[in-house]
Design a protein around this ligand. Structure first.
Ligand code: PRE
Length: 370
């Protein structure tokens, strides 16, 4: 696919919010009290964090949950910013939030997943941002809809915001057994492919929903070359007023960040490059063979389709399909192929078989109509 880049962007190192690479933004899910904020920020600064996050207004799924202390947190934040010389990021969900945040010198805004899902709300925020020069990060909408995410980014960009970035916080799901929000990595990777200059941060806290998984998701983001992380940290996580299970102390966070392997996009080393090129040539060859084999299978499926057409037999053959669908992942196991991967592959293959045979049946019908 051809890469397009119609966002007008300024490079992240010109955002003036702490030039660390990757960019680390950390802080409590919610700002609770002046003391909690002070102790948390003190710990984070001691662990090298320069950009703090903190929820002031919290959109919650259920009523009667803690919805943030609201605008009274803003003077506390202003004081903390001066005391520790840090930058501060908050979520904004309305023009009122934007206006209040400006009044108290907030350095960076993010638009939450429950807001980015709603073009009316995003447009109102975009209109209130006209004429200002502040970094704005747009979280993915709760549902796995790349076009909606891009639409929200475009609205903010068209308001004149050039310090624009995205946050991957995972997607709502009905039955993910592991994550609070499924990472579905192919969506942010597709965003990066289409907009290579758009910085994307990963939010392991909201993907995991529990602290024991944070490290593996943060490392995955680094392996995939994300531009930074936004992580929740609280001086006393178990007592947090919101999202207690996914927060870690500043010390734990500091250790985690220090332990991350930061990958390079590429290296200049000619030996590495020539070896990688050789492996890639072999991959090209295998892909040709793979497509030839797939093409042979599709031709056979067409033959079966013609045969079904002649004998007026239905396309979908449930008993046969069950056998195929159960046996192939088993065959794959013997070849060290992941069970889920083979299942998904065969679902795609079967969808294509149905499509091909449907085309053959339709041909028959139009021939009969003649
Ligand atoms: O076995 C058949 O009847 C086929 O047409 C092949 C095939 C397949 O792709 O494997 C396609 C459609 C059927 O539902 C079952 C299996």
């Amino acid at each position: 696919m051809e890469a397009v880049n119609n966002f007008e962007l300024s490079a992240m190192d010109r955002w003036e919010i702490g030039n660390s690479s990757p960019l680390i933004i950390a802080g409590p899910c919610s700002v609770e009290t002046p003391q909690q904020l002070d102790e948390t920020v003190r710990g984070l600064v001691a662990n090298g964090v320069k950009v703090i996050r903190g929820g002031v207004w919290k959109p919650r799924t259920r009523p009667n949950s803690f919805e943030g202390v609201g605008h009274i947190a803003l003077p506390w934040i202003k004081e903390i910013k001066e005391k520790y010389q840090v930058k501060f990021a908050i979520e904004v969900a309305s023009p009122y939030h934007v206006e209040k945040a400006f009044e108290f010198g907030i350095d960076l805004f993010w638009i939450g997943a429950r807001t980015s899902v709603n073009p009316f709300a995003v447009q109102e925020i975009a209109d209130s941002l006209k004429g200002v020069d502040i970094p704005v990060l747009v979280k993915n909408p709760v549902n796995p809809d790349l076009a909606l995410w891009i639409g929200a980014l475009e609205r903010i960009n068209q308001a004149g915001i050039k310090k624009l970035g995205a946050i991957h916080r995972g997607f709502s799901n009905f039955n993910d057994q592991v994550y609070r929000n499924s990472p579905t990595w192919q969506i942010p990777l597709e965003l990066k492919t289409r907009y290579p200059n758009l910085p994307i941060l990963n939010d392991p806290s909201h993907i995991c929903g529990r602290r024991d998984l944070l490290n593996s998701v943060a490392q995955m983001a680094m392996d995939l070359n994300f531009d930074g992380l936004i992580i929740e940290s609280h001086v006393n996580p178990d007592q947090a007023w919101s999202d207690a299970a996914q927060q870690v102390t500043p010390e734990v966070l500091g250790k985690m960040i220090a332990g991350l392997h930061i990958r390079k996009v590429a290296i200049e080393n000619p030996v590495f490059q020539s070896q990688l090129d050789q492996i890639r040539e072999q991959i090209d060859q295998v892909d040709r063979e793979l497509l030839e084999v797939i093409s042979r299978r599709v031709r056979l499926v067409e033959k079966a389709g013609e045969y079904k057409k002649l004998n007026n037999v239905a396309i979908f053959q449930i008993e046969r399909w069950k056998k195929v669908f159960e046996s192939r992942p088993e065959w794959g196991k013997a070849l060290q192929l992941n069970h889920e991967f083979v299942k998904e592959l065969y679902q795609l293959i079967h969808t294509e078989s149905i499509k091909k045979q449907e085309e053959i049946m339709e041909q028959k019908m139009s021939e009969e109509e003649k």
